[in-house]
Design a protein around this ligand. Structure first.
Ligand code: DGJ
Length: 722
């Protein structure tokens, strides 16, 4: 899978489907520089990628360096495109001349120290190339790690910087990967805001620099650490595209640069704006991992590769492959205003219709009856819940339901016992105002004692009752990038050290409670990223639970993330976020596209609604294996028309879903053509009608959508055994 073609000085990483090629080219003094010459469909002779005039012609008055597809470009050497590394030296220098020093090929995939990453379960699943580059002047050694999976069109990349010299260095930028492609590419990315996360945007190619990122201390609502480079003609079902996803939950940047020589470069990694890192002599710095996926079968092909990789080799633990419970969360049912009677009434109503778990959201601890106090005081409010979590959890379990709890461990309210005891435990700059958002500050997770406090206080909560599920929330972004422990010019380390601290905390807590299902959340989907999924296999997709809005959010999220990662709940109408009323059936049939649950007061549903919900829950239980683990394919986009459609398919069944936004008179819906099925397969519906997969793909299936606004239709077909 990894070959070094010695005489051509070419590294070929390949499997049945893809090749990733790196090449060493000498300068006139005999130093060798590392280029990334190809990624795409499998090549027979990877050295062909050296036979290009692209790097030589057309630059007679220009720096030849700006034509070369460097694997690890540094600043200040005549390559004017966005760099991957900027290394500031004590003498004021800022570049590094990285020449090849050596390489090693190792089986499997080594872990990254302190950072989440995708993994292998067996060394035979992947091979890793470690290439060492060295800057003689600073004695900085850069080790690039590239892993290729045997059975997936996936290459992962990261980089470790080691100061082998005697002088201190300051890393001003340390990105994870550079992807170089010849030609022009559309950039597709997922943008948004609170309650409208991961909207799809496609920006046409252009001779310019396009960039997305976050400087919020979290991956954020605004952009997702994910981007696609697609040929202009690439569609959902055909054409070349390259997906890039960063396994990181903090500040990130993805920059795409196209220059006049039709060379496209993408650099992805930690955002340089709030970043600077003192690399003392002998120290090393590990960048987060970037995951690259190539597809020649359009965007769905790319998404499916991400889905299976993230479901099977990013998520981990007992819940990775287990069916997720149908839950009811009390947030939109009660907000902070609850007592055991209310809670138990909702739980009982849930049990009667087939719900499997009750989740108690915000407001059960300290003296918290609204959002202005108590974060950090992780002990139960006995006035509100006499007998504490132990008693409530016992009552819920007595009903035959599992019990879950909400926490927001990274935060501290200025009005809390914790803050009164440790006013210096929040992120802040000395002698400056502390900016509050939602009346709260952020705990300083760069400090070990703060990490330890979170680990012990949250472990105590989880251990205090029979708790089966934890919703881990995080409701504000950074303002001050400062820590009591990082003065003397080291403020630029705050954001990344926070992430390292958070990952340590998450690792500790999730390892202590392997039976607990963890779901992450950040004001809805403000930290929906692979870094967090490495610890918690599902994320609350958005606080917007309106069915129509959710179509766009879930459709966009599916570009990179599997359905098994998305929390999707049915909420009340008029919807609390946007005031729209949609039918209960549609709300359920949109939510079945993720981890199905409820976010409303079930005691307030009408008899008819209860019957509909009961029917929907029973179907969810029947098909959830397919919707969570099966291949998900987008069919019709909510961004392009009035009808949205998608399908889930596995070896047992096919689930086709269609949704109408607005009803129009005489609106004739065409059959929806399915994709990616095995043409010979046959399916049967509940009446015994047989459908040929070939015909479902060639002609399509006619959705029976009710003629009204916001309607939906779901069809479940069982695969016939041959
Ligand atoms: C934000 C989350 O997205 C909501 O679901 C809810 O848990 C609130 N926080 C509670 O404060």
């Amino acid at each position: 899978m990894i070959q070094f073609i010695e005489d051509k000085r070419v590294f070929h990483l390949f499997n049945h489907d893809v090749s990733f090629v790196l090449a060493l080219i000498p300068d006139r003094w005999g130093n060798e520089e590392l280029l990334m010459t190809y990624y795409g469909k499998r090549l027979n002779h990877p050295e062909c990628t050296l036979r290009t005039s692209q790097w030589r012609e057309g630059a007679s008055f220009d720096s030849p360096r700006q034509l070369l597809p460097y694997a690890c470009p540094t600043d200040g050497r005549g390559d004017f495109r966005p760099p991957m590394l900027r290394v500031l030296q004590e003498n004021g220098g800022m570049t590094a001349e990285l020449f090849f020093q050596g390489y090693e090929i190792v089986p499997g995939k080594p872990d990254l120290q302190g950072l989440p990453s995708v993994y292998t379960e067996d060394d035979s699943e992947a091979e890793t190339l470690l290439i060492r580059l060295f800057d003689r002047k600073t004695k900085l050694m850069v080790q690039l790690a590239y892993t290729i999976y045997a059975e997936r069109p996936v290459v992962t990349a990261s980089c470790k910087l080691v100061n082998q010299g005697e002088n201190d260095l300051l890393l001003d930028q340390a990105a994870s990967v550079t992807l170089s492609l010849p030609g022009s590419y559309d950039m597709i990315h997922l943008h948004g805001a609170w309650a409208k996360e991961r909207q799809v945007e496609r920006i046409p190619a252009g001779c310019m620099t396009r960039s997305i990122g976050s400087v919020r201390g979290a991956s954020g609502h605004e952009h997702n650490p994910f981007a696609v480079l697609a040929l202009p003609q690439t569609t959902e079902h055909a054409g070349d595209c390259f997906g890039v996803s960063l396994v990181y939950s903090g500040d990130f940047e993805m920059t795409v640069d196209e220059n006049a020589y039709y060379t496209t470069r993408l650099v992805a990694g930690i955002h340089p704006r709030h970043f600077s890192w003192h690399l003392h002599a002998g120290e090393s710095f590990q960048t987060p991992e970037a995951v690259l996926v190539f597809s020649e079968n359009g965007l769905n092909g790319m998404s499916q590769s991400f889905h299976s990789l993230y479901r099977e080799r990013l998520c981990r633990g007992e819940w990775r492959d287990r069916q997720r419970p149908v839950l009811i969360n009390n947030w939109e049912a009660t907000y902070f205003d609850f007592n055991p009677e209310k809670i138990l009434a909702i739980a009982r109503a849930g049990k009667e219709i087939g719900v499997e778990m009750f989740v108690l959201d915000d407001g059960w601890f300290g003296k918290r009856n609204n959002d202005d106090s108590s974060l950090g005081d992780w002990y139960v409010n006995e006035q509100k819940l006499p007998g504490g979590l132990k008693s409530l959890s016992a009552s819920i379990h007595d009903l035959g339901l599992q019990f879950g709890i909400w926490v927001e461990p990274e935060m501290i309210s200025p009005d809390s016992d914790l803050y009164r005891a440790h006013p210096d435990w929040c992120l802040h700059e000395s002698d400056r105002m502390r900016t509050e958002a939602r009346n709260q500050l952020i705990l300083d997770l760069t400090r070990t004692e703060v990490q330890d406090y979170i680990i012990s206080s949250i472990s105590k909560v989880i251990g205090s009752g029979d708790i089966n599920y934890v919703k881990w929330d995080m409701n504000r972004n950074f303002a001050e990038f400062g820590s009591e422990s990082l003065r003397d010019g080291r403020e630029g380390e705050t954001s990344h050290r926070y992430m390292l601290g958070l990952y340590r905390v998450l690792h500790e807590i999730t390892s202590r409670f392997p039976h607990v299902l963890f779901e992450s959340c950040s004001g809805g989907g403000g930290r929906f990223d692979p870094g967090i999924l490495a610890y918690m296999p599902q994320t609350w997709t958005s606080d917007d639970t309106d069915a129509e809005e959710r179509l766009r959010i879930q459709y966009g999220t599916s570009y990179c993330y599997p359905a098994s990662a998305m929390g999707a709940h049915v909420s009340a109408v008029p919807n609390h976020q946007i005031g729209r009323s949609t039918p209960i059936r549609t709300r359920c049939e949109v939510a079945l596209g993720g981890n199905f649950g409820f976010e409303l007061d079930l005691t307030k549903l009408t008899k008819e609604e209860i019957e509909e919900v009961r029917r929907q829950i029973s179907r969810v239980k029947e098909i959830r294996e397919t919707t969570a683990q099966g291949a998900f394919t987008r069919l019709l986009s909510p961004y392009e028309g009035n009808i949205t459609a998608w399908q889930f398919a596995d070896e047992k069944r096919l689930v086709v879903c269609a949704y109408r936004t607005l009803a129009h008179p005489n609106d004739r819906q065409l059959p929806i053509r399915l994709h990616g099925l095995c043409a010979d397969a046959e399916y049967v519906d509940e009446k015994g009608n047989v459908y040929s997969a070939n015909d479902l793909m060639a002609f399509g299936i006619q959705p029976d959508l009710p003629q009204r606004d916001f309607s939906s239709w779901v069809m479940v077909l069982i695969k016939k055994e041959n």
